[in-house]
Design a protein around this ligand. Structure first.
Ligand code: F6P
Length: 369
């Protein structure tokens, strides 16, 4: 793909974990391309696997009608397949090969002049590599974790937050009626945004995030102090899946070999609940929200952001702004280089205003006596 062709056919792909709002982006790409530029859009199925295995389907405007409010992705997705490290079995052994040439052939065979690639850091890193091979690409950032530094917010986060808060709200009845400690684990990988913001919105007593390693003795003595001094007979603990004790490590649920990030976190809530029960003698239960946070219909905020992102992605392609990612820099949607977009994660600043506000509400992070 060396000579610069006018854009007549765009391919769109969703990679990495699903999240609410992916379909809204796909719809916006199709509608903007067709209605504003007379450009056809083709869906690439199952992430980069579709480019390797030539799974390309036409996406006329009628195909995306009604998908704005649908969770997941109509194209399917995949968080294992990387064209530059494609997993294959040789002599019974898992090994990885570069199949990027196959990808280039699929793009040329299907006459795709440019790609919109929607994903998190792993998917966008691959997008950046494809761009270096000469593929005109614009990336769209998605993740419920909100851990990409080059945009104010990723779509999917707001919907995940709504699900988390609604679930935590529902745990208050059991916590209060049984005078229990309820430990709720939320996703977020190595960033504590979902835990922090759902903890703030649901009025959690304890919020444990990866950015502030906790001490269990601090958490437990605070639970007992509140009961003794304030008559608080129940406790809501919100813990990020990536939270870890001071001097300790994260809780790993499993490894997915071949994935961009093979470590899957999960299960810290069970450890914490057991430790709290033992130290405080208070009945304690653990609830892991897990993938429920990725499910369901996108919130209005996410639908709008995803639509703005999808529409802007086509606009940037048509303006020849390749190798860029759409980004919200409030109030504007701007383009930022893909390489920059994936170079640095976005973490909760421990001394930031969100943490300070939660502390002002009496929330305990487990780092102070
Ligand atoms: O990045 C989104 C996310 O849901 C994380 O919060 C979580 O750690 C991970 O994906 C789970 O991945 P999988 O769907 O492969 O279990």
């Amino acid at each position: 793909m060396t000579e610069k062709k006018p854009i007549k056919r765009i391919g769109v792909l969703t990679g990495g974990g699903d999240c609410p709002g992916l379909n809204a982006v796909i719809r916006a790409v199709v509608k903007t391309a067709w209605y504003q530029h007379g450009v056809e859009v083709f869906g690439i199925e199952d992430g980069f696997t579709g480019l390797i295995e030539k799974k390309i389907v036409p996406l006329p405007p009628q195909r995306v009608s009604g998908i704005l409010k649908q969770g997941g992705t109509i194209l399917g997705t995949n968080n294992r397949d990387n064209p530059f490290r494609h997993p294959i079995i040789v002599n019974g052994q898992l090994t990885h090969v570069d199949v990027s040439e196959k990808v280039m052939r699929t793009i040329e065979y299907n006459d795709l002049d440019a790609l919109v690639i929607i994903g998190g850091d792993g998917t966008l890193s691959i997008a950046s590599e494809l761009c270096k091979l000469g593929v005109p690409v614009v990336g769209v950032p998605k993740t419920i974790d909100n851990d990409l530094s080059a945009t104010d917010i990723t779509f999917g986060f707001d919907s995940a937050l709504q699900t988390a808060v609604a679930s935590i709200d529902k745990l208050y009845s059991t916590a209060a009626s049984h005078h229990r400690v309820m430990v709720v684990e939320v996703m977020g990988r190595y960033a504590g945004w979902i835990a922090l913001q759902s903890g703030l919105a649901a009025g959690a007593d304890v919020i444990l995030i990866p950015e502030i390693p906790y001490r269990m003795d601090v958490v437990c003595s605070e639970i007992l102090r509140k009961e003794r001094e304030e008559g608080k007979a129940f406790t809501i603990v919100v813990v990020a899946e990536g939270a870890k004790p001071v001097g300790g490590d994260v809780t790993v649920a499993k490894r997915i070999e071949g994935s961009y990030d093979p470590v899957r976190l999960g299960g810290v809530a069970f450890k914490i609940a057991a430790e709290i029960e033992e130290a405080t003698c208070k009945e304690t239960r653990a609830v892991v929200l897990g993938h429920t946070l990725r499910g369901g219909s996108p919130s209005p905020f996410d639908r709008i952001l995803a639509t703005r992102f999808g529409s802007a992605a086509v606009r940037f392609l048509m303006e020849g702004k390749f190798g860029q990612m759409v980004s919200l820099q409030t109030p504007k949607i701007v383009s930022v280089p893909l390489e920059l977009a994936v170079s640095k994660p976005r973490n909760v600043p421990p001394d930031g205003e969100y943490v300070a506000t939660a502390r002002a509400m009496g929330a305990v992070f487990g780092d102070e006596i």
